[in-house]
Design a protein. Structure first.
Lengths: 355, 539
């Protein structure tokens, strides 16, 4: 089993209570080292592997020129598989051939080389230090009188990057108006529309237990900033049996006969809260599984979110369409530092308990 | 014929050398020795998958359009007809469906990105467990650490480029995380997205980062990394003839040129095969980015899972105690900050400074080129396994919906369990691993003292049965005794002979405590005396 040299006498294994390194193990020759026939065979194997690569390359080109892919997904898949396999042969042939060559025909008898300590020798260090001293002397920086020079140089170099960085960073943030987080497209009288086709929703369309993914009417017609507005304004409209719905204090008239609208943006990190469990009235965010109780003001019942989903106050207009009473009364989406500051929202947000 | 070729080679070499002194470099590099071990290939896999990334990436830049302008798709893929999408998404579809071979190259690019990050992490683990980060390689550990971080940046920026609904939601999560940073979070968000999320500049900006900034840095640091490998010469596993003052191995030219060069083609080939057979990131099934839709069971690429897992794990409420605080009217969302900013920050900082931390405990000032067998440094190995288990809990939590589906478990139960495991498992793994290491060391002692069991039972004349033990060869013995014994640090007393408290005592006391944590409990290797005594006892 062991290929070690065994002709040492035990006394050499340790000297004066110290173990002695037995040295590099005995090298056992390979078959291809001693048997010319084995070496010849290995050579043929390597050549054959390189041959496989040549065939692989040719096959790749043949596939490329002969297989026409169409819009049919199956044909694309076929081309992909054929190209992948032929390219694999083209590469593996070279790779395995080279490795096989190294393992069978190239040297496998290990060699020993001394290392040199990383540390520069004392003499070289002295010379290096002297050079630095000489240089510093030549520059005049070592003289005490030159503190003004040193100070101004350091200051100049330290602040020079600002000349590039300030305009660059300054321009990268658009208008820097972070107060935009507070407002969405919703306003008094904005009709609720289906996402994505924009058709309007009548209260009579919303049956008990149904869920509508909602955008503000007019979003699809926006020329600019459609995605930005949509990212803030999306709403879930749900109808519960009014007996199941516990209206929150101060929000008694924010819903209509069991129809209630919440922001679809998770108050955790902003994923769309898209999964509604009809039986439990729970809304689940598929990204991090924050769970909100629709029947109880969308308060958090599980997961990483802390705040309930903001509620959109809704009403029904003269034609029976569902409309917003106002914008959201607090910023939608994830929390941020000055979320509760600024006060430009229609009403200050109330910190809601966990109950 | 042969002579002619040689003249041509000599002529060319001479021409080049007279203009570049290349002879000196060849002399330095050509017969440089490299030790052989399978685990040294992990770093190579990282390097080669990076090369495949560059090659396939150049192909992709010819067809990708980094623009968020909205178009209506009119291409080959029927189900997307007329759908509103960004040019980035449209060009991804074109690359996949209309450019022959484009699908394969896209898939190769994505698969090699996954392999790249995986190889880096595994390579880093190998370096950690074998102590290859010790002097003089601390700087190279940091270079490698930075490469690991950059690989995550490269992966994430690339993953987000197709502007599909899945990566778009990933970006939205990043936006949420960024906004949670106190004071400047909202401004960083505006800085990244050029205004409100998603904006119109992110894809072009990420494209620049993905094809120039990040790969440029990676390339530069790879150069530094490899230069330092050459300068230090490679580490080697312990064994006969291997010392801290030498390197035992095979020469770069021709053996490693063939083996390592060949291995590049093997990695390339395997990536091509995987990309040919297995679909990855089929963005045409997800659809273009739209802030509204999302689906369950959609995971980020594996290397981001641990952050996503942290976000899922962290409760918004602990009982009735909120994890989002409002202090003086300002909001501090700890439910985001802790898992997505603070925890990864601490984790990565610990990894980065680990070589210095351990050096404090050992007080070792010498160069170490012979690797540790992980069992011989039980505390380090325990810490490593503890960190891995911590990471694995986060990864499992990051895919908790998939786990719930596969094993028919409650999603909430998995999260509740993981909230316990995130604290318990690392400590448990540390203790168990350390115990296993001690066990293996004792086994080594046992083997050295009593030899291999042969399974051969012999009866003596006087009736006693014994099992014959085969003594270990001297190579086998050496492997188990070469590492010597490390005792905990001793420090100078608190007060000097005049009774004055000396400076730096507190720091020394911390070092002693750290050192005792590492080495107080230890198994010493067999000494020659014990070895001889055991030998005589057998006869």
């Amino acid at each position: 089993m062991s290929t070690d040299e065994k002709q040492h006498s035990p006394s050499e294994q340790h000297v004066d209570g110290e173990w002695v390194d037995p040295g590099v193990p005995y090298h056992r020759p390979r078959r291809s080292d001693s048997d010319p026939k084995a070496a010849k065979r290995a050579e043929r194997q390597v050549a054959a592997l390189f041959g496989v690569s040549i065939l692989g390359t040719i096959a790749t080109l043949v596939v490329y020129f002969t297989q026409n892919q169409t819009e049919d997904v199956e044909s694309i898949r076929l081309v992909n598989v054929l190209l992948g396999i032929s390219l694999c042969f083209a590469m593996l042939g070279i790779g395995i051939g080279a490795v096989h060559w190294a393992r069978t025909l190239m040297r496998d008898h290990e060699m020993v080389e001394e290392r040199h300590a990383m540390r520069t020798s004392d003499e070289s260090r002295e010379v290096a230090i002297q050079y630095l001293k000489d240089g510093a002397e030549d520059s005049g920086l070592t003289t005490n009188r030159r503190t003004l020079l040193k100070g101004s140089l350091i200051t100049a170099v330290a602040i020079a990057p600002l000349a590039v960085l300030v305009p660059q960073i300054g321009n990268m943030g658009g208008d820097w108006n972070v107060a935009k987080f507070r407002h969405t497209m919703w306003a008094k009288g904005t009709r609720l529309a289906r996402d994505p086709d924009g058709s309007l929703i009548k209260a009579s369309d919303v049956t008990i237990g149904s869920v509508f993914h909602v955008i503000p009417d007019g979003l699809n017609e926006l020329e600019h900033g459609k995605l930005e507005e949509k990212a803030k304004a999306i709403v879930l409209l749900i109808r519960l049996d009014p007996r199941d719905l516990n209206l929150q204090p101060g929000k008694e008239d924010w819903s209509f006969d069991g129809i209630i609208a919440y922001s679809k943006i998770c108050t955790h990190v902003g994923c769309p809260v898209a999964l509604y469990e009809q039986q439990t009235h729970h809304l689940l965010c598929p990204c991090h599984q924050s769970t909100f109780d629709v029947a109880n003001g969308a308060k958090v019942v599980f997961g990483p979110a802390k705040r309930p989903l903001p509620q959109l106050p809704i009403a029904v207009d003269g034609e029976g369409y569902i409309v917003a009473q106002s914008d959201f009364h607090e910023p939608v989406g994830p929390s941020y530092w000055d979320r509760l500051k600024g006060g430009s929202s229609p009403a200050p947000s109330t910190e809601e308990g966990h109950a | 014929m042969g002579a002619k070729v040689n003249t041509a080679v000599a002529g060319t070499s001479n021409w080049v050398d007279e203009r570049t002194t290349i002879g000196g470099f060849v002399k330095f590099f050509a017969r440089k020795l490299f030790p052989d071990h399978w685990s040294f290939m992990l770093g190579e896999i990282a390097l080669y998958s990076f090369l495949v990334l560059v090659i396939t990436g150049i192909f992709l830049t010819a067809f990708f359009v980094p623009s968020m302008d909205i178009v209506h798709y009119e291409g080959e893929f029927a189900t997307m007809h007329g759908v509103e999408m960004s040019k980035a998404f449209e060009s991804t579809l074109v690359t996949s469906f209309q450019v022959p071979g484009g699908m394969l190259v896209r898939q190769m690019h994505h698969w090699s990105a996954l392999l790249f990050t995986a190889a880096i992490v595994t390579h880093m683990a190998r370096v950690f467990f074998t102590g290859a980060f010790r002097k003089p390689r601390e700087i190279n550990w940091l270079v490698g650490f930075t490469l690991m971080i950059l690989s995550l940046a490269a992966g994430f920026t690339g993953y987000s480029l197709p502007d599909d609904v899945l990566s778009g939601n990933g970006l939205r999560i990043i936006d949420g995380v960024v906004k949670s940073i106190p004071l400047i979070g909202t401004y960083i968000s505006y800085w990244l997205f050029g205004g409100e999320f998603p904006g119109e500049v992110l894809i072009p900006r990420m494209f620049t980062a993905h094809i120039l900034l990040v790969p440029g840095l990676i390339l530069g640091l790879i150069a530094v990394h490899l230069f330092l490998v050459f300068l230090h010469k490679h580490t080697q596993y312990p064994g006969g003839g291997r010392k801290d003052t030498n390197v035992v191995g095979l020469p770069l030219f021709p053996v490693y040129m063939a083996k390592a060069g060949g291995f590049f083609f093997v990695v390339f080939g395997v990536i091509a095969l995987i990309a040919g057979l297995f679909t990855i990131n089929p963005v045409w099934n997800y659809g273009p980015y739209d802030p509204s839709p999302v689906s369950a069971g959609t995971q980020p690429d594996w290397y981001i899972l641990f952050i996503d897992g942290g976000l899922r794990l962290m409760p918004g409420w602990i009982g009735s105690f909120p994890m989002e605080w409002v202090i003086g009217g300002y909001t501090l969302p700890l439910n985001i900050l802790i898992p997505a900013v603070i925890l990864p920050g601490l984790f990565f900082t610990f990894l980065a400074v680990y070589p210095w931390l351990e050096a404090l405990a050992t007080g070792d000032r010498g160069e170490r080129h012979v690797l540790d067998r992980p069992r011989n440094v039980p505390v380090r190995t325990g810490i490593g396994v503890g960190l891995i288990s911590f990471y694995v809990v986060l990864v499992i939590e990051g895919s908790n919906d998939i786990v719930a589906l596969l094993f028919h478990l409650s999603l909430n139960d998995i999260t509740l369990l993981n909230r316990v495991l995130i604290f318990a498992l690392p400590i448990l793994s540390f203790l168990i691993t350390r115990r296993i290491c001690y066990g293996l060391q004792r086994k080594d002692r046992e083997l050295v003292l009593h030899g291999h069991e042969t399974g051969r039972i012999v009866r003596h004349e006087h009736g006693e049965y014994i099992e014959v033990h085969e003594p270990l060869s001297e190579q086998e013995v050496w492997l188990r005794v070469q590492h010597g014994d490390i005792a905990p640090l001793e420090i100078e007393p608190e007060f000097n002979h005049r009774g004055v408290r000396r400076k730096g005592y507190r720091f020394d006391r911390f070092r002693r405590r750290l050192s005792r944590f590492y080495y107080e409990q230890r198994i010493q290797p067999v000494t020659p005396e014990e070895y001889e005594a055991a030998k005589h006892a057998h006869h």
